[in-house]
Design a protein around this ligand. Structure first.
Ligand code: PMV
Length: 308
């Protein structure tokens, strides 16, 4: 038997702008996906059923990459799916961890990040950045940038694009995640932003990049008030890019009453908001009063981990 787990993520700053070479910051959330493998003759099964590629495309790829055979996979997750919290990246990383361990290999974050990114690329028709997968594999805070700098973890080049993934120190923060209940498709939102950029130029994208750069400094200075202000500004920029919705605006507005700042997180068009706060219960309460399921998410330095 082999076991591994990996965390979900939230993008603190820089989503969408990162597609245009600006920096983004993501943090690993203390909500994990666990995968256990049990040797069992009869091919690859998931909870006793033959692995269905349509249901679990990430697992199929992970099985192919690790050359696993005759294995039963069991999955448990604390992460809601389709909420922009990186549940598919966490599943890829945890499955790779468990499968590599079951084959007698060491589980290294750098290798899991690389393989999990290739899984995302294969399952999302080439439209993926390594943000989610590296944050899940490495844990903690991750800065994605187009140039290498201090704290470099690793770099990837795919289809002529290059990403440099860095470690950013993150103080203890409490985020409340509010799930809008709307489903936002990342590829649609990225296409929408492309239209706005074509019409209006790169001004807002550059501004979002500047906000993410300032965010890295605020994190280093453990300045939650400044970080909150930057999150508010980032939400305004994302609105200008057309990826917010009236529902997301309403939730962000409601959360701000008890927060340093709040914004949509990830691709937008639905998905989740995050609020940085010292009063998580009050924020959860105010969101729930708007029929928005909410949870308190602590951050974690723990990335992919395999049981010894
Ligand atoms: O949908 P998410 O939470 O993985 O966020 C997508 C982030 C974007 O910047 C919109 C796209 C990307 O690939 O970086």
């Amino acid at each position: 038997m082999a076991e591994a787990s990996a965390p979900g993520k939230a993008i603190l700053l820089g989503e969408h702008a990162v597609v245009y070479g600006e920096p983004a910051i993501a943090v690993a959330l203390d909500l994990r996906t666990y995968v256990t493998t049990v040797p069992r003759p009869g091919g690859i099964t998931v909870h006793g059923e033959p692995l269905q590629d349509k249901l679990f495309p990430h697992l199929r790829k992970a099985v192919e990459m690790t050359g696993a055979r005759d294995v039963e996979l069991r999955i448990e997750s604390e992460l809601p799916s389709s909420a922009g919290l990186g549940s598919s990246a966490a599943l890829s990383c945890a499955a790779l961890g468990a499968l590599l361990r079951s084959r007698g290999h060491d589980v290294r974050a750098s290798e899991v990040a690389r393989l999990a990114f290739d899984i995302e690329l294969a399952t999302q028709e080439g439209r993926a950045s390594p943000t989610d997968t590296t944050t899940s594999a490495a844990g903690g805070g991750v800065l994605v940038d187009s140039a290498p700098g201090p704290g470099l973890l690793w770099s990837f080049e795919r289809n002529g694009k290059r990403w440099h993934l860095h470690r950013v120190p993150v103080p203890e923060l409490t985020l409340v995640v509010g799930m809008s209940g709307q489903r936002g498709r990342t590829s649609e939102q990225v296409a929408r932003v492309a239209q706005v950029v074509q019409r209006d130029g790169l001004g807002t994208v550059r501004e979002l990049g500047d906000i993410a750069r300032a965010g890295a400094k605020a994190l280093a200075a453990k300045d939650q008030e400044e970080l909150g202000r930057l999150m508010d500004r980032a939400h305004a920029g994302l609105r200008t890019l057309g990826v917010s919705t009236p529902r997301l605006d309403e939730l962000v507005q409601a959360a701000r009453a008890h927060s340093y700042g709040a914004k949509l997180t990830g691709a937008g068009g639905g998905g989740s908001i995050i609020a940085l706060t010292r009063e998580p219960e009050r924020v959860v309460h105010v969101l729930e009063s708007k029929q928005c399921p909410a949870l308190v998410a602590k951050l974690t330095p723990r990335g992919v981990e395999a049981a010894p």
